[in-house]
Structure formats: structure tokens, C-alpha cells
Design a protein around this ligand. Sequence first.
Ligand code: GLY
Length: 422
Amino acid sequence: MNILLVGSGGREHALAWKIAASPKVRRLVAAPGNPGMARQAELRDVAATDVAGLVALAHEIAADLVVIGPESAVAAGLADALAADGVPCFGPTAQAGQLESSKAFTKAFADRYGLPTSAYETCETAAAAKAALDRFTPPYVVKADGLAAGKGVVIATERAEAEAAIDDAFGGRFGAAGARVVIEEFLEGEIGSLFALCDGRDSMLFGWAQDHKRAFDGEQGPNTGGMGTYSPAPVFTPQLVGQVRERLAEPAFAGIAADGAPYRGVLFVELMATREGPKLVEFNVRFGDPECQVLMLRLESDLVPYLEACAHGRLGEMPPPVWRDEHAVCVVLAAKGYPEAPAAGGEIRGADADFGPDVVVLHAGTRRNADGTLRAAGGRVLNVCARGATLREARDRAYAATAKIDFPDGFCRTDIGWRALG
Ligand code: GLY
């Protein structure tokens, strides 16, 4: 079959790596892709939000399936446009995509369908948001309503910092995404990322992992899109997994279908494991980045039949996925200055070396110059991923490979997996 994969980050490189290994695939085209993905896919320079361009490309390559990676393509309505043209697609409609594209929508959705989540207020002006802070206790959680690439969330211990975050959002730092702000109660507990597939009717759990959101070791520094992941994560006991499925994932699929937007694709449930059980932090309408990377390293089953089953309403015929009985770790190499002002253009050497069968170096924000050098072209630049019989072995392999990559303008956290390893 012919597959068009949309996106250009580390998540999409992980998907390309796994899709290309499927015996079902004859041709894999990535748009726009990245230099690392050129090893698995033909790259075509069409942006993830260029809906008309992507629909045309899907027809040109006679795509049997389009796989949407990033939320920006969901919000742009790519799945809707492909459905109108009869092209099978893994990824939800823009209406269902509001579960990620508007935090205010998701909070109201959670209230409507009884999903456990934190107390919140949605505010239309900076003055209203600052007044709302009176009704919360620190640390204050301030979220821009719309899509902000993981950077629209500020957790502030001081009121002045919370007010500055409110001013930033309404001042245009995130464009239209900051036109509304949600103030939330801070949840105590351990964070987790759980994934579930849905074909519009049937659903299935599809793995879990733990991310590290802060930029620096010891959970210090600003929030990021994610600095590293590991899977499995001990926080996901069988009891917690069952509770997340019953209290968050399944009610979300039922609720969004009742709203007239049956969900097709993967739902990323970001949750806090609290003393009262799991509470929703947020939904994302795509695989996590860099959660996808560790899931793909651990997935034994062929991914493609699951993507197809979601697109064709046949998930109920599929067995649960099989996972390797191994651990996986992903270390994000980011450009210095990320997330605020990542240094652009730094040279990277050694990323394409052979690190052995249990290490995979995935590209995220990279570009290849005409002289053949590899350069940083984004905040999160490379994802160094490894498998091992134990979490420690996987982590040691990932860091040993990271040490061999020469990226003077880059940095990484050195404590990925600390919650499990101490
Ligand atoms: N790693 C968190 C996210 O993908 O949003």
C-alpha cells in the first residue's frame, strides 16, 4: 500500500521508522518530513497545514492511507478534507480536534460528560484572569487556550509570575491561541501519558509512557514540549490503566461521538495520578512527542494494520497490540536556549552513525545544508532512543549514544527516568 505521512518532527520520524518496517508498505511519502526521515520515506515539501496541497499529494501518490502526525494538521481540517475526497485517514476531524485545540472547550467537555479534572476558570480578558487568581492558591496554573506547541502552560509559584504569564498571553505571545486563558487548580501527583486508538466506535489502549516537561534536570526551568520519555513507567499500575480507560478515555470517545464528531485516530490522555485517582490534565489528538518514540521502539506488532483499522472502522477486529518485553528511553537533544529562544543553525556531527541494534537516533528539528552538514533547525533537534532489558540499561545506552553526538550548541537533561530509577 501507499502511505502519506504528514509532519516533520521526532514523532513523525518514529512513525516513519515503524511504518517503513511494515511488509504491507510499498511506498511511504512524508510531507514535509525531515532529513532523518529521508532514510525511510520520500520527502515532499508540502507543509503540514497546507490542506489543499496535501490532498493533492495524496491523490498524486494514490495514497491508500494518510497518517496525520501533528495537531496543526488536525486543526487545519486535513481529515475533513480527505474524508470529503474519500481518502482514508488516520487522524480526527477538526471538530473532534478541539479536544486539543481549545483548553476551554476541553474543560467544558469534561464538565459536561463527568470526566474528573481540576477546578478551572476560562477568562476572556487579562483583568478577569488576574481576578480569577484570587480564587486559586499557588502554585498557579495559567494556560493559553489554543495551540502553543507545549509552551502555553506556565506553573507559577509567585502571583507576579502568574500575572506576567497572563499579560504575555493576552499581549500576543501565542497569537490567537492566547486570546483566552484558562486558570486551573494545581494538581498534586505524578504525571502520565496514556494513548488510546478509536475508529469512531470501537477503542483500544495503545501504550503509555512518562514524559519530562521541564527544560532542566530536577524538574527545573520552563515547561517544554517534552525533554525525554521512558516506557513502561511504574506509575501505570494495572489499576491506574483501568481507571484511565474507564474514567477518561472511553467517556471522551463516547462524549465526542455524542457531540456529533466520532473520533478516528489516537487520543493522548495526559493525566495526573492523584490520591483520588486519575484526573485529566489535557487531551491531545495525536501521539505524544517524544512519547511516540519510546512506544514505537517497544511495539512488536506491525503498526500499519492498526492505523488502517482506525481509518476504516475495523478496530474491533484487531487483537490488542503486542509490546516487546523491554524498556525504552528517549533523550531529547535540544538547541541551547530552548524553549524561549533556541539557537539556530548549530552544526551536528555523528548523528547518523551506527549505534547498534538497540539505539535509534531520530531527527526532529534538523536541516541538511547544501554542503551536506547537518544543522539545528528547531528547538528539539534530535531524539536519542534506546531499548534495554532494564530501564537502567536502556537509559545507559541512550546516554552513551548521546555522548557520541557532537552538537556544541545543544543540551539535554541527564536525569530521564529519575522517578523510576531514583
Ligand atoms: N510530550 C507532550 C506532548 O506531546 O504534548
